[in-house]
Design a protein. Structure first.
Ligand code: NAP
Length: 282
């Protein structure tokens, strides 16, 4: 990124810190080029001391002179902040949103600004191991796309998609994904404890099994069913366990869960969940 570029963060929470930390680690930008805004002075002080960045409690100050404005606040605060910043962002600036469910249209209309990148990171981004799916409005220039890519790379891997619909799908798969994985891990650990393992041993066994299995797929890519077949001997332990998982509807439960999360993501984006709640249907 150019030496004179400036990035302004609106929202200085967990994800903003992960991005700042990652960008400085990867030397995408230097601390003097970053300004972060949030309502709590103590939080700003903390970030300024830790990373040497500029901080403010005034959102307008953070976007003033910023070539890239990162929207890193909670979805509930978004409408107020869009209204507050409308007309205050530099014409040639890029707005990069990580706000879950916020559509490009909402941001463009709210800010009266055309160059918008919408992204969906996930929780492991906090340790630089996330996967972020992102898309860009037609007005985003090639150089701005490169900048967005570099910033999102600081959170782990990134995947660009042309169609914004993939953002809602990604919300259900990778965005919400860590919740499914944590539940699966918890169930395996509890099962191991049920067998008689002390919990610390159960956790070690389960975490390394999952880590090792994903690394194995990366090192020796193959169809997942073939890998599963490799560890399933006729009449063996895996065959017995897999029979029970299939009988319990494991695959269908996951498919239905992801479909439900996808539908929820769409309705959160359109605000229809709120409507349903006020209608007393939920
Ligand atoms: N955390 C994740 O793993 C994850 C994954 C995917 C997507 N996301 C998305 O990332 C966004 C940020 O999440 P987060 O986990 O970083 O949340 P967070 O830690 O709560 O950070 C939000 C920040 O916004 C600040 N804020 C509140 N009102 C504001 C205002 N009017 N103007 C400016 N800043 C304001 C908050 O300050 P106070 O703390 O003082 O209220 C807080 O520092 C969310 O939209 C979320 O959907 C998060």
């Amino acid at each position: 990124m150019r030496k004179e570029s400036r990035i302004g963060f609106i929202g200085s929470g967990v994800m903003a810190e992960a991005m700042i930390k990652g960008m400085l680690r990867e030397s995408v930008i230097s601390a003097s080029q970053i300004i972060a805004s949030g309502p709590r002075q103590e939080r700003g002080k903390q970030l300024a001391e830790k990373y040497g960045i500029a901080v403010t409690i005034n959102n307008a100050e953070a976007v003033d002179q910023a070539d890239i404005v990162v929207l890193s606040l909670k979805p509930q605060m978004l409408s107020t902040v869009l209204e507050e910043l409308s007309g205050k962002i530099m014409k040639d600036a890029l707005v990069l949103s990580i706000v879950a469910g916020a559509t490009i249209e909402k941001i463009e209309l709210g800010l009266n600004h055309k160059s918008v990148v919408r992204s969906m990171p996930n929780t492991p981004a906090q340790i630089g191991e996330g996967i972020t799916v992102w898309t860009a409005s037609p007005d985003v220039k090639e150089e701005q796309r490169e900048h967005a890519k570099a910033i999102l790379n600081a959170l782990g891997e990134e995947l660009f998609v042309e169609d914004e619909d993939f953002l809602d799908m990604a919300t259900a798969v990778s965005g919400t994904g860590p919740a499914y994985v944590f539940l699966f891990l918890e169930a395996m650990v509890d099962a191991a404890v049920h067998l008689g393992f002390p919990r610390y041993m159960a956790e070690k066994l389960v975490l390394q099994t999952v880590h090792g299995s994903t690394e194995y797929i990366r090192e020796a890519p193959d169809h997942l069913a073939r890998l599963r077949n490799q560890v399933t001997s006729p009449g063996g332990t895996s065959a017995e366990a897999l029979y029970y998982l299939e009988r319990a509807g494991f695959r269908t439960a996951i498919s239905r869960a992801i479909w439900a999360a996808y539908q929820r993501s769409i309705s959160l984006g359109t605000g229809s969940i709120k409507k349903r709640l006020t209608e007393g249907n939920e």
